[in-house]
Design a protein around this ligand. Structure first.
Ligand SMILES: [Zn+2]
Ligand SMILES: [Zn+2]
Length: 243
C-alpha cells in the first residue's frame, strides 16, 4: 500500500468541527480558519541550507557551532519554522489553551518537512510528558501532532515507545550543559516497540536539542536503529533559548 498522502479521518473531523464552530485565526483574529492563508504566508520557514545535522538556520559564513562541539545521537533533526511571532503564539495556544485543531495543521506542515528531508522511518513517537505533567495539562501536544503525522506517513504511532520517568525542572533559563544534566535519566524507551526500528520523534519546539538528544539516547539504548527528529519550530542558535 502506498503511504498515506492525506489523513482523511483527521482532516474530515477538523473540517466538520470548523464548519460547526468557525475557528478564529491565531495570527490576525479573522474568522474562518485556525491559521488563515494570509498569516501562513508570513511564517518564517527554515531555509533549505540549514545545518545538516540539527536543522538550525545558518548565518552567512557561520557554521553551526552546536554541531561542531557536540555530537548529537540522532541522525537528523528538522523543523518547519522559526520559533517566533505567529508560530510561537500558535504553539502557546495549542499547549496552554488546548487549541487542539492546531495540532492537525502542524502535522500537515511537518509532513512536508518529513518528505523533503527524505526521512524514511518505521514508526513515529512523541516527546513524552511525565505522568504528573500529563495529569495537569490533560493532553500531550506532541502526541496530538505526532499521531496524525504518522497517519499521513503511513506508519504506526507508538505513544508508549518513550516514557518520561520523572518530573524535571523546566528547561527555561538553563544553559546547554544544565539542560542536558536536567534530563539525564529522564526518559526510558520500550525495547519491544523500538528494537531494530528507525524512529521519528515529534516535539513542538526544539531549543538546544537537549530533549531530542535525551530521547534519542534512550531509544538507542533500547535497540532502535536510527533516530530522526521533527519539531514544528526551532529557535535560532544566535538568540537566547526561550520556552
Ligand atoms: Zn490570519
Ligand atoms: Zn547543527
Amino acid at each position: 500500500m502506498n503511504t498515506a498522502k492525506t489523513a482523511p479521518f483527521y482532516d474530515l473531523t477538523w473540517s466538520a468541527l470548523d464548519w460547526l464552530f468557525p475557528p478564529q485565526c491565531v495570527g490576525c483574529g479573522k474568522r474562518g480558519a485556525i491559521l488563515c492563508d494570509r498569516c501562513q504566508t508570513t511564517l518564517k520557514t527554515i531555509p533549505i541550507d540549514c545545518c545538516k545535522k540539527c536543522g538550525k538556520p545558518l548565518h552567512a559564513t557561520k557554521i553551526c557551532q552546536t554541531c561542531l562541539t557536540q555530537e548529537f545521537s540522532f541522525t537528523q533533526a528538522r523543523a518547519a519554522y522559526l520559533y517566533e511571532g505567529i508560530v510561537r503564539e500558535a504553539i502557546h495556544q495549542l499547549k496552554f489553551s488546548g487549541n487542539l485543531g492546531l495540532a492537525n495543521l502542524f502535522s500537515k506542515m511537518l509532513y512536508s518537512v518529513y518528505l523533503y528531508g527524505n526521512q524514511q522511518v518505521d514508526l513515529v513517537t512523541a516527546v513524552p510528558l511525565s505522568q504528573n505533567k500529563l495529569n495537569e495539562r490533560g493532553f500531550n501536544q506532541s502526541v496530538w501532532i505526532g499521531r496524525p503525522l504518522a497517519t499521513r506517513i503511513g506508519v504506526p504511532f507508538k505513544s508508549r515507545a518513550l516514557i518520561k520517568m520523572k518530573d524535571t525542572e523546566p528547561q527555561v533559563g538553563l544553559n546547554r550543559v544544565q539542560r542536558h544534566g536536567n534530563l539525564k535519566g529522564a526518559f526510558l524507551a520500550e525495547p519491544k516497540l523500538v528494537n531494530g526500528k528507525k524512529v521519528l520523534i515529534v516535539d513542538d519546539v526544539m531549543t538546544t536539542g537537549a530533549t531530542f538528544q535525551a530521547c534519542a539516547e534512550a531509544l538507542l539504548v533500547a535497540g532502535a536503529k536510527e533516530i530522526y527528529c521533527l519539531s514544528v519550530a526551532t529557535t535560532d542558535h544566535f538568540l537566547k533559548p526561550q520556552d
